[in-house]
Design a protein around this ligand. Structure first.
Ligand code: ADP
Length: 470
């Protein structure tokens, strides 16, 4: 039992609840009863002691206590309601006893109360049983400062005893009802809690076995309801990630398969056919191009996985205009090959908080695409400015443009609008996916729109980071 209590939170709470309730009930049973009994005893003391005093002071008028004298005085006090009265002399010999049963007259009475009173003390005590309350008072009869005897008075009260018994019975009944109610509530809530907990644990086991479609039904708005909701959200997240992972692996293998198949085919042709030197060189050149494409693709794949596993590295303040200039310097030979004009209009102070390599990668990819998918003798223009708390970088080209229905998909991994053209341009379909993930990582947004004059315009927005002067 103790082990089960240690292992189960719900049982621990239920046990604590029960113990506290029982403590409160015990207090409720003891304290009010004690208080009521005390009140009754006090009123009894006042009444019985005053009656004993009355008898004792009447006896004090006699200089010697004798059977006749005492009886005469007691007869005079007949109106005073007393259950039993015993009067003794100074040696404890009973001179008068009003009791019919166990009458003590003529005997020495050795009650402790009488002994106490003969010693010169006023004695009182009260006893309560189920049937009656018995109050006893014993007082010395003083004559010339000497105890010449003792008055022993007993009063029994059945009414007050019944009253106290009634309170006790009511309390016991109320306690039983409360205890039963608390016990029922404890048992029901423990059972309900266990059932709901078991369902959550079952669901966790099912998902652990790989069924990510499993959903927990819960309409409750309490803590367990929230746990169920969080569990469903977590499962949904795992399911999406798992689907994306599978898709990514299958896309990546598919993309790698194509250049590999081309390399195998061309190698077989070179080996199996008798070719002149010129054709062999052409084939080897093509094999080299495919191999380059493979290495570019694997490099980008590595970059993607690095982006996913990135641990927080130190960020720096990056001036975007400097990055654009650097990218233009690198891309200038590629642009010149096709007579494409590169131009820019940049405001100063366009700074963001990021890793410089990431920002370079973003600008490079977008600008390189602007050249790759441009028409010969076209233009590529970059605008950079700040608007409120945002840095805006716009990259426009005069190229083939992107059909509207494809625009939302170009940021997906391996998505290419015109596969043949992209392959020809050495594309892998991963560049914009990397750009998108990086922009989002730095709290930015990337969009693409068609230009009225033809071509595309990529707009990237970053939160502005204002460098504080030291
Ligand atoms: P790729 O390596 O194929 O260029 P990206 O992810 O960079 O891969 O781009 C995805 C696709 O989006 C490209 O294959 C291309 O079809 C299209 N695209 C990207 N930029 C442009 C652009 N400036 N003009 C037209 N099409 C573009």
């Amino acid at each position: 039992m103790l082990q089960r209590l240690q292992r189960s939170v719900q049982l621990r709470y239920a046990a604590a609840y029960l113990v506290v309730t029982m403590l409160v009930l015990v207090l409720l049973n003891v304290y009010p009863l004690d208080f009521a009994q005390d009140m009754v005893f006090r009123s009894k003391e006042a009444s019985v002691v005053s009656k004993a005093e009355m008898v004792a002071s009447a006896m004090a008028g006699l200089d010697r206590l004798t059977n006749d004298g005492v009886e005469q005085v007691v007869n005079l006090l007949r109106d005073v309601s007393i259950s039993r009265i015993i009067v003794t002399d100074e040696s404890g010999l009973s001179l008068y006893d009003s009791a019919n049963i166990d009458n003590t007259e003529g005997c020495y009475v050795v009650y402790p109360e009488i002994a106490g009173a003969l010693g010169g003390n006023d004695v009182f005590h009260c006893r309560a049983s189920a049937e009656e309350i018995e109050s006893v008072a014993a007082l010395p009869v003083i004559y010339r400062r000497m105890a010449i005897g003792c008055v022993y008075v007993v009063e029994t009260d059945t009414e007050q005893a019944a009253f106290l018994l009634g309170i006790q019975r009511n309390m016991r009944n109320i306690t039983t009802v409360i205890l039963l109610a608390v016990l029922t509530v404890c048992v029901v809530s423990v059972l309900l809690f266990s059932r709901r907990m078991d369902r959550i644990l079952d669901a966790i086991r099912v998902v652990r076995e790989g069924d990510y479609n499993y959903k927990l039904e819960s309409r409750a708005r309490d803590e367990l309801g929230v746990v169920a909701e969080e569990f469903n959200a977590l499962t949904e997240r795992i399911r999406t990630t798992e689907t994306m992972r599978r898709q990514f692996v299958s896309d990546a293998s598919h993309e790698l398969k194509t250049p590999l198949a081309a390399i195998t085919l061309m190698t077989d042709s070179v080996l199996q056919n008798e070719m002149d030197k010129e054709t062999v060189l052409e084939f080897v050149g093509d094999i080299g191009m495919e191999a380059n494409r493979l290495s570019r693709m694997t490099e980008k794949l590595l970059q993607l996985s690095r982006l996913e596993n990135v641990k927080e590295t130190a960020l720096e303040v990056v001036d975007l205009s400097a990055t654009v200039e650097k990218v233009f310097r690198i891309l200038w030979p590629l642009a010149r090959e096709r007579d494409i004009t590169l131009s820019n209009h940049m405001e100063s102070g366009c700074t963001v908080l990021a890793r410089e390599d990431d920002i370079y990668e973003i600008v490079f990819n977008v600008a390189e695409n602007g050249i790759k998918y441009n028409k010969d003798s076209g233009t590529l223009e970059i605008l950079l400015y700040r608007k409120d708390d945002q840095i805006i970088l716009m990259c426009s080209d005069d190229g083939v443009g992107i059909p509207q229905e494809e625009r939302s998909r170009i940021f997906e991994r391996f998505y290419r609008v015109d596969k043949a053209r992209s392959r020809e341009a050495g594309g892998s379909g991963i560049g914009l996916a990397i750009v998108h993930d990086m922009v989002v990582k730095y709290g930015g947004i990337i969009n693409v729109a068609a230009r009225k004059t033809g071509g595309s315009c990529f707009t990237i927005t970053f939160p502005w980071y204002q460098e504080v002067a030291q």
